[in-house]
Ligand binder design. Structure first.
Ligand code: SAM
Length: 287
C-alpha cells in the first residue's frame, strides 16, 4: 500500500511542547454545530478520526482503551449498579460498555450536542450498535443543568465523559457540579470523570480531586491507562465515592464477566488502581 497521497494531521499541545499525529487520507465530513466544529478524517492506519474544535476525540483503533476504562472499573467497584448517567459521551462508546452489564437497568446519556452522536452513527457505527437497547436513553441537553435537576439519591453511577475543561465542558470540572452529582447519587454511588494526562496535567487532576473532596465525596481514586490519541498517550480517570472504598472491587465478577473486553480485565483493573510512585506522591493518594 502506498501512502504517497496521504498528509498528516497533528494536534499540537502548547502546554507540553508535544503533539499527536495521524496520517490521513482525506476529510470525510465537517459540521459546525451551535456548540462546536466536528470533523471526521479517514486515516491510513487508525480507521476514522473525530476532532472537536481541532482536538482529537477518538479513533476507530484505540477508543476501546478509554471507553472500557471509563466504565468497567467503576461498574465493578459498585456492588449493584442499576441506574447510570453519562454526561457527554456523545460518540456512544461509553454507553456501549455500560450496557454490557446486565444488572444495569437504565442508562441516560446526556450530551449537549446531538451532532456528535449523528456523526458517530455514520462514522463509528460499531460504537452505536446498542443505542436501541430499551435500557438506553439518549438526551441532548446541557449536562450541568441535567445534574442540577436530577432527583436526590436516584443514581448509582455518574460517568463524565466530556471534552477538556474549556467551552461547554468548563462547568463540568468544578465544586458546584460535583455537589450536584453527590446529591443525585445514592449511598455507595460513584462519580467517575476523565481526568486528562497524569504525566502532563497533574495540577488539573489535583484541582479536580480537591473540588470533589470539598463537595463532600469521601474517597477518591485516580486510575491510569494508555490512550495513544490523547496528549502524552497516557490518560486517567478519577473516581469519587460518596461512602465506601474505591480500592476494592468485585474481583470475582471481573474475572468471570459474561462479556468480552479488549483491555479491561481483573489484572488491568488491579494495575490501573496501583498508581506509579511519582503520580501517587503528586496526588498524596492514601492506599
Ligand atoms: N473522550 C473524549 C476526550 O476525552 O477528549 C471525549 C469524547 S465525547 C465526544 C465528549 C463530549 O462531551 C462531546 O460530545 C461534547 O459535546 C460533550 N460535552 C461537552 N460539554 C458538555 C456539557 N456541558 N454537557 C453535556 N455534554 C457536553
Amino acid at each position: 500500500m502506498t501512502h504517497s497521497d496521504a498528509t498528516w494531521f497533528h494536534e499540537n499541545f502548547a502546554a507540553t511542547g508535544s503533539a499527536v499525529g495521524f496520517r490521513v487520507v482525506r476529510k470525510l465530513d465537517e459540521v459546525q454545530s451551535p456548540f462546536q466544529k466536528i470533523e471526521i478524517y479517514e486515516t491510513t492506519d487508525w480507521g476514522n478520526l473525530m476532532l472537536i474544535d481541532g482536538a482529537i476525540m477518538l479513533t476507530s483503533r484505540d477508543n476501546f482503551l478509554y471507553h472500557e476504562m471509563m466504565s468497567h472499573p467503576a461498574l465493578f467497584t459498585h456492588s449493584n449498579p442499576k441506574r447510570v448517567v453519562i454526561i457527554g459521551g456523545g460518540d456512544c462508546g461509553t454507553l456501549r460498555e455500560v450496557l454490557k452489564h446486565k444488572e444495569v437497568e437504565h442508562v441516560t446519556q446526556v450530551d449537549i450536542d446531538e451532532q456528535v452522536t449523528r456523526m458517530a452513527e455514520k462514522y463509528f457505527p460499531e460504537l452505536c450498535d446498542c443505542n436501541a437497547d430499551p435500557r438506553a436513553e439518549l438526551l441532548f441537553d446541557d449536562g450541568i443543568a441535567y445534574m442540577q435537576n436530577a432527583a436526590p439519591e436516584s443514581l448509582d453511577l455518574v460517568i463524565v465523559d466530556s471534552t477538556d475543561p474549556v467551552g461547554p465542558a468548563e462547568g463540568l470540572f468544578n465544586q458546584a457540579f460535583y455537589q450536584s452529582c453527590l446529591n443525585a447519587l445514592r449511598p455507595g454511588g460513584i462519580l467517575v470523570q476523565q481526568s486528562e494526562s497524569p504525566l502532563a496535567q497533574i495540577a488539573l487532576i489535583r484541582a479536580m480531586r480537591s473540588a470533589m473532596k470539598d463537595a463532600g465525596f469521601q474517597s477518591l481514586r485516580t486510575i491510569s491507562f494508555p490512550q495513544p490519541c490523547y496528549p502524552t498517550g497516557w490518560w486517567s480517570c478519577t473516581m469519587a465515592r460518596k461512602h465506601g472504598e474505591l480500592n476494592v472491587f468485585r474481583e470475582r465478577g471481573a474475572a468471570s464477566k459474561a462479556f468480552t473486553t479488549r483491555y479491561y480485565s481483573l489484572d488491568t483493573h488491579r494495575a490501573a488502581i496501583s498508581l506509579p510512585p511519582f503520580v501517587f506522591e503528586a496526588l498524596e493518594q492514601k492506599p
